[in-house]
Design a protein around this ligand. Structure first.
Ligand code: TMP
Ligand code: ZN
Length: 404
């Protein structure tokens, strides 16, 4: 019986997405023969309600110097993080705050702080991403954030008023060490703020592609409250974010340091009403996921049977789960276009579809795009309005499988 990686209680498996590759391991052709795979299953803890993967991939396999994702690849996310930077500074109770970002990637958020002269430090496990951050004028160092790292930062730079992480905390199975690190690093009044895909949104949208090696946890206010309490913190605020397919931003303060607002209790009540940890409800979710696979395969096959050409729109990490779970290879989707140079010229993990730069000429676009970057729908549809006007169609699978 699997145990909860967060609290040690019993965890029940409710979803099996099969054998999967690493979602960001875009391959050179010569790497296909030695590709790493693992079993992607999902469990829910009967004690703390934490939704998590049934097995853990060693962190060095996922996060290393060649980690290809760059935050700045989305214009909308760049704007989002500029606003975050201003908020973090406004929230701080000191005149000269020190902000630490865990998983700073290319420094998109911290650039804003650097520009305005706010003391900051980024930490990231990818040397290449840290190099991009440093080149942009951001203070950053290459490391995995854990207790030892936090102690070292506190000794070298002093205590932090804010420890912030976006789309990073859910990547870290060993949360004990991270929370202990935050406790060691933060001032008495300091806050730990993190934002990650929300289990409620994944459940509502059946956006099962949010589940992959890097997303070890799918947090909820229920599970994060329990996590906070075990580490001397309290969840004092929670806020829904309309980015990356629906996220929650959690604010944790030391117990007794700040009075919780009304939002955490309201969110916990909503999660309880939906039954987000109820085994029958979870079984229903698994059935909806399986139905989506059938519907998507049917739609792709009928599109191809009509003689329409198809390509994938953006080689997202999430697309690995969809492609591998559904068994979609180059026969159904011959190529995927993506703007990231680090992904171009490589093959998608597991299904080995070529990743190419977007064609220069509209004449070379396919008849139909499969929208793998559905979490960036507004930005993409805005950018591709001419494709639609010229009769191009989109296939999407969130919230439902459909052609639009
Ligand atoms: P994400 O879903 O993990 O944020 O990854 C986004 C990927 O999508 C990244 O590889 C860049 C790519 N992308 C495009 O190719 N074109 C676009 O317009 C957008 C928004 C993203
Ligand atoms: Zn648990």
């Amino acid at each position: 019986m699997p145990t909860c990686r967060a609290c040690g209680d019993r965890a029940e498996q409710f979803l099996d997405l099969g054998r999967q590759p690493l979602s960001d391991a875009f391959l050179r052709p010569e790497e296909v023969a030695t590709e790493f795979t693992y079993d992607l299953t999902v469990t829910c803890c009967q004690g703390c309600g934490m939704v998590q993967l049934g097995s853990e991939v060693p962190r060095e396999r996922m996060f290393h110097s060649e980690y290809p994702f760059r935050t700045a690849s989305s214009h909308r996310m760049t704007q989002h993080f500029r606003a975050v930077a201003d908020r973090l500074v406004a929230h701080s109770s000191t005149a000269d705050p020190f902000v630490v970002e865990v998983g700073c990637n290319d420094g998109t958020m911290l650039r804003r702080l650097a520009e305005t002269g706010v003391r900051h430090l980024g930490v990231d496990a990818s040397a290449d991403a840290v190099r991009d951050a440093t080149a942009a004028g951001v203070q950053a160092q290459c490391a995995f954030f854990e207790l030892e790292t936090a102690r070292r930062i506190a000794a070298e730079h002093g205590r932090a008023d804010v420890v912030y992480a976006a789309n990073t905390m859910c990547h870290i199975p060993y949360l004990d060490s991270v929370l202990a690190g935050a406790a060691a690093l933060l001032t008495d009044d300091g806050v730990l703020v993190f934002e990650d895909p929300s289990w409620e949104d994944v459940f509502r949208l059946a956006s099962f592609d949010q589940i992959y090696d890097e997303h070890f946890y799918l947090f909820s206010a229920t599970s994060v409250s329990a996590l906070a309490l075990r580490h001397g913190f309290r969840l004092v605020d929670v806020e829904h974010l309309d980015v990356h397919g629906g996220e929650l931003r959690y604010t944790l303060a030391r117990s007794g340091a700040r009075e919780p607002g009304p939002a955490p209790a309201a969110q916990v009540a909503r999660e309880r009403a939906l039954g987000l940890t109820d085994p029958d409800v979870l079984a229903g979710f698994a059935e909806r996921v399986a139905a989506k696979r059938t519907a998507l395969l049917d739609l792709l096959r009928s599109t191809r049977a009509q003689g329409r050409s198809v390509a994938g729109y953006a080689a997202t990490a999430k697309s690995a789960t969809v492609l591998n779970y559904c068994g979609i290879g180059p026969d159904l989707i011959p190529c995927v276009y993506d703007t990231t140079p680090e992904k171009q010229g490589r093959l998608t993990p597991g299904t080995h579809i070529p990743v190419l730069p977007f064609p220069d000429s509209p004449d070379d676009l396919p008849d139909t795009f499969v929208l793998f970057a559905w979490n960036h729908t507004a930005e993409v549809l805005d950018k591709e309005s001419a494709f639609r006007a010229d009769g191009g169609r989109w296939i999407r699978y969130v919230p439902d499988v459909e052609e639009v």
